[in-house]
Ligand binder design. Structure first.
Ligand SMILES: [Zn+2]
Ligand SMILES: [Zn+2]
Length: 343
């Protein structure tokens, strides 16, 4: 089978690897679709992010779906041919955090395609993937591409949980890449009454409108575009900060009303904070990282037609054109979500 392996920055190879056999409780999956995520792009373009660096070749990818091709011993709830979304979240189930019900903070997390631990956790961009049956969520009724969107959608569902009350709330989303636009869908589904989206790119804002933003603010045309929302101590109840850019966070904080909630999703490295405003307005600053049980919810919401991610899938390229797919995905002027078709 072929797999997409990153060696160092810009050295991406399609390599031939041995197929594995599913053990007890596992299934073999014939991969169908794999979405390229920001973290894959960091490994591809820069060989890592922050202090996380590639130290050995690593199979990329964690946003995948496919068809069940073989069943390991004892697997009874899946059948050969089923389309499944495969969760990349693989907590140990036994550490303190797992036992506390916080599996996304597992000490021994084996999240696909991560160079955080060494040896690195190999990813899921491979023609055949052996996974635990418990990672697989049946996705009948969805396209393989939609099923592969369950992962980034779960990230935003988890963020929405972290945000707390959403019914009738006024929401600001800064940064309208895949996570920002999916946050718009998640916030709306959770009951947000008004959603304003801000970005530097008019094209990204077009996607924000396509998935339901009520208003968009282009901060490259108007640096002070969020200032009107800062009047009378602010407008928004919740900020989804998805850009990882400090100016967006600062402008967003000014536009939050007292007791508002900041959910930080963007991973842009450390930044200086307007702590006076956070203190004086009694704002809550909450991080949000990955997800766990939200994965099955993401599939369910898409299957029920309650969230439509289709407008965000802009490119699908065959495995043989993986390199081109990574180039397109790196170009925000072209791509929203680029996926690789494995079959
Ligand atoms: Zn991702
Ligand atoms: Zn654990």
């Amino acid at each position: 089978m072929k797999a997409i392996v990153i060696h160092t920055a810009k050295d991406l190879r399609i390599e031939e690897l041995e197929t594995e056999k599913p053990g007890p409780g596992e299934v073999e999956i014939r991969l169908a679709a794999g979405g390229i995520c920001g973290s894959d792009l960091h490994y591809y373009n820069h060989g890592g992010f922050g202090t996380v660096r590639l130290k050995e070749p690593m199979i990329l990818g964690h946003e995948v779906s496919g068809h069940v091709a073989a069943l390991g011993e004892g697997v009874s709830d899946l059948a050969i041919g089923d389309l499944v979304a495969v969760s990349p979240s693989r907590p140990c189930g036994a550490c303190d955090y797992c036992l506390k019900g916080l599996p996304n903070h597992c000490f021994h997390m084996r999240f696909y395609g991560s160079a955080m631990p060494f040896p690195h956790i190999q990813g899921a961009f491979r023609e055949r993937l052996v996974a635990k049956a418990s990672q697989c969520v049946k996705a009948e009724g969805l396209s393989a591409g939609e099923a592969a969107m369950a992962e980034p959608l779960s990230v935003t569902l988890h963020a929405t949980r972290r945000a707390g009350e959403m019914l009738g709330e006024r929401v600001l989303v800064t940064g309208c890449g895949p996570i920002g636009t999916l946050s718009i869908l998640a916030a709306r589904r959770a009951g947000a009454a008004k959603i304003v989206a801000a970005d530097l790119s008019e094209r990204a804002l077009g996607f924000a409108r396509a998935v339901g933003a009520d208003r968009t603010v282009n901060l490259s045309e108007d640096r002070d575009g969020l200032v009107p929302f800062s009047e009378n101590k602010g407008t928004f109840d919740v900020l989804y900060e998805c850009s990882g850019a400090q100016p967006a966070l600062v402008a967003g904080i000014q536009a939050l009303r007292p007791r508002g909630v900041i959910v930080q999703l963007g991973l842009g490295g450390d930044m200086a904070l307007p702590m006076m405003a956070i203190t004086a307005k009694e704002l809550d600053l909450r991080g949000s990282f990955r997800f766990h049980e939200e994965f099955a919810t993401a599939v369910k919401l898409m299957q029920g037609g309650l969230i439509d991610v289709k407008p965000l899938i802009t490119h699908t390229l065959p495995l043989g054109e993986a390199l081109k797919a990574f180039e397109i995905a790196s170009d925000k002027g072209q791509s929203m979500k680029t996926q690789i078709a494995f079959a």
